[in-house]
Write a protein that binds this ligand. Sequence first.
Ligand code: FE2
Length: 125
Amino acid sequence: MKDIKLKKCKECFSLIEVLEECNCDNCELSCCGSKMLDVIANESDASKEKHIPSFVREGENIIITVNHVMEDDHYIKWIKVKGNDYELTKYFNPGDEINLSVPYSDDLVLYSYCNKHGLWEKEVA
Ligand SMILES: [Fe+2]
């Protein structure tokens, strides 16, 4: 399962990842008294070039970067690398350099999360 499912509270902006979906008919994840909203990748109208992760292959690994500012109020909070049987999340702080090396696999999907512009994704294959 390469896709991730995130939900966000429209009131307090808390963010959660759903690892296994509930199959009940009438229950919904809620926060602050409201149904949590699905977070859709690449949905923001912000610059794709500054948010979608990019990578270069170096031998058995790929080096992942994001061409985004890392300012105190606007930065990439985390990158997640997900494959069929692999997942890694690296968290960042303002001022950090975004640079992450992981073993190459053609089933990987790269995700980045901007504190202002949300979720972005790119497939490695
Ligand atoms: Fe951004």
